[in-house]
Design a protein around this ligand. Structure first.
Ligand code: GDP
Length: 438
C-alpha cells in the first residue's frame, strides 16, 4: 500500500546520497520533492506544507551524524515527524467496561464490516460477549449482513426490521446487551452517499440516547483529500473520538491517513486491510510511517547498528577484508557482532523491500552451528584453516556436535570467500570496495 508516496520519497532521498552536510541549499530540492510526493499522494496541501516546514526546521544546520549517511539521517527525521503527525501513543480505546461504541460514516465506507471486525478483535482481547446493534434502518441488506457477521463470529445481535425509530432500537440493544452481560456494545449506524443534515440529526439522536464512550468514524482510506472533508464534517457534528481507516489493502495512496489526523486531530485507532473479518488491526503510527517511507525499518536498523557495532572494530574488519587476510577468527568475531543486532529475521525484516520476507529459524540455527564449529577449533586452526586435516576436522565435528560434512561445508564456503577477497584486492576490487562504502 502507499506505493506512490513511498516511491516518490525514496527517489527524493536517493538524490541526497553522497551529500556531505545538511544545508539550506542541498536540502531545498529534496524537501520540494518530499512536498510534491505528499501532494501527489493526496495529502492535504496545508498538511504537506506544515510537514515540510517542520522537517526543514529539524534538518537544516544539523551536522551529519557520524556513522550514517545524510540520506539515512533525513529518513529518520522524516520518519519521526510522520510518527508524530500520525499520532504516537494515541491509539488506545477508552478503557471503560462495558464500552459503548458508535460507528458512523458514509455509505460503503466499511462500517458494517468494521463493526463485526472490531467486535471480533476485542472479544479476543477480553471483552466479554460483544454485542452488535443494527441501527441502519434504511437498508435491510445492511441488517442481514450484520446478522450474518454476528453469527459467524459468535457475537450478540439486536435489530428491529419493522422499526425506523433508531433511538428505540438503540435502547433495545443496550437492554439486550446488559442482559447478556456484554462488555462491548457496538452500534452500526446508517450512512448516506454524502453527508446530509438528516443523517447527522438521526445519529445525534442515537448518540443522546445511548451515550457512547467512543464515536468512531469509519472512513474509506482510498478517498484521498475527500476523506478529510468527510472527517471534518462528522467531527464538527459529533465530536469523534477515533477513526477506522478501511481498505488500506487496495491502492490507497496514503494521503487520507496523514491528512485526517493532522486536520481533525482525531486519532486513527484501527485499520481495515481486507474484506475478511480478520483483516483488521490496531493502528501503529510507526509501522505506517515506515511503510509510507517504503524503506523497511531503515531507521531502527541504523539505530541498532550504531548501538551495537563498534566502529573501530568495523574499520579493523574492513582493513582485513581489503588485505584479504581475513581468517576464521575474524569470521567468528563478525558473526558475533551481527548476532548482537538480533535474530536474522529481525535484521532481514528491517531491510528495504525485505519486510515481507519470512525466514524460518533455520538461518539462526545455521549461524549457531557455524559458531560452535569455529569455537571448537584452536586459535591456531582458526588463524590457519589450511592446517585442518581429516583428524582435526573429525575432532572439531565431535566437539561441536555436528557431522564432519558440515565442517567441510563451512571450510569450503570460507575458502570461496577468501578467493573472492583475493580477487577484490586487484584494481577491480578497489573500485568495488569504494562503491560499497559510498
Ligand atoms: P457500510 O455501507 O459502511 O456498512 O460498508 P460495508 O461494511 O457494507 O462495506 C462496503 C464494502 O467494502 C463491502 O464490500 C466490504 O466487504 C468492503 N470492505 C470493508 N472494509 C474493507 C477493507 O478494509 N478492505 C477491503 N478491501 N474491502 C473492505
Amino acid at each position: 500500500m502507499f506505493e506512490t508516496l513511498s516511491d516518490k520519497l525514496s527517489s527524493a532521498l536517493r538524490n541526497l546520497r553522497g551529500v556531505g552536510k545538511l544545508s539550506e541549499d542541498n536540502m531545498a530540492d529534496a524537501l520540494k520533492e518530499v512536498r510534491t510526493a505528499l501532494l501527489s499522494a493526496d495529502v492535504h496541501f496545508k498538511v504537506a506544507r506544515q510537514f515540510v516546514d517542520k522537517v526543514r526546521e529539524e534538518v537544516i544546520g544539523k551536522d551529519v551524524l557520524k556513522g550514517v549517511t545524510p540520506g539515512q539521517q533525513i529518513v529518520k527525521i522524516i520518519h519521526d515527524e510522520l510518527v508524530k503527525l500520525l499520532g504516537e501513543g494515541e491509539t488506545q480505546l477508552n478503557p471503560k467496561k462495558p464500552l459503548k461504541v458508535m460507528m458512523v460514516g458514509l455509505h460503503g465506507s466499511g462500517k458494517t464490516t468494521s463493526s463485526a471486525k472490531l467486535g471480533r478483535l476485542l472479544k479476543k482481547r477480553d471483552y466479554a460477549n460483544p454485542h452488535l446493534v443494527a441501527c441502519d434502518v434504511y437498508r435491510p441488506a445492511a441488517i442481514d449482513q450484520l446478522e450474518i457477521l454476528a453469527k459467524a463470529n459468535d457475537l450478540g445481535f439486536t435489530c428491529d426490521r419493522d422499526s425506523k425509530d433508531v433511538p428505540a432500537i438503540g435502547r433495545a440493544g443496550l437492554a439486550a446487551a446488559k442482559a447478556a452481560g456484554s462488555e462491548l456494545i457496538i452500534f452500526d449506524t446508517a450512512g448516506r452517499l454524502q453527508i446530509d443534515h438528516d443523517l447527522i440529526e438521526e445519529v445525534k439522536r442515537l448518540r443522546d440516547t445511548v451515550q457512547p464512550d467512543e464515536v468512531i468514524l469509519v472512513a474509506d482510506g482510498a478517498l484521498g483529500q475527500e476523506a478529510v472533508n468527510v472527517a471534518k464534517a462528522f467531527h464538527d457534528a459529533l465530536n469523534l473520538t477515533g477513526l477506522i481507516l478501511t481498505k488500506l489493502d487496495g491502492d490507497a495512496r496514503g494521503g487520507a491517513a496523514l491528512s485526517i489526523k493532522s486536520i481533525t486531530g482525531v486519532p486513527i485507532k484501527f485499520v481495515g486491510l481486507g474484506e475478511k473479518v480478520e483483516e483488521f488491526e490496531v493502528f501503529h503510527p510507526d509501522r505506517l510511517a515506515s511503510r509510507i517511507l517504503g524503506m523497511g525499518d531503515v531507521v531502527s536498523l541504523v539505530e541498532k547498528a550504531q548501538e551495537h557495532i563498534d566502529e573501530k572494530e568495523a574499520e579493523r574488519m574492513a582493513e582485513k577484508l581489503r588485505k584479504a587476510d581475513f581468517n576464521l577468527e575474524d569470521f567468528l568475531a563478525q558473526m558475533q557482532q551481527v548476532k548482537k543486532m538480533g535474530s536474522m529475521q529481525s535484521i532481514v525484516g528491517m531491510l528495504p523491500g525485505m519486510n515481507n520476507v519470512e525466514l524460518d529459524d533455520s538461518a539462526d540455527k545455521q549461524m549457531k552451528r557455524t559458531e560452535s564449529i569455529i569455537l571448537s577449533m584452536t586459535i591456531k586452526e582458526r588463524r590457519n584453516p589450511q592446517i585442518l586435516n581429516g583428524s582435526r576436522r573429525m575432532r572439531i565435528a565431535n566437539g561441536a556436535g555436528v557431522k564432519v560434512v558440515e565442517v567441510n561445508q563451512l571450510l569450503k564456503q570460507f575458502q570461496q570467500m577468501q578467493k573472492m577477497m583475493r580477487m577484490m584486492k586487484g584494481s577491480k576490487g578497489r573500485k568495488m570496495m569504494k562503491q560499497m562504502k559510498a
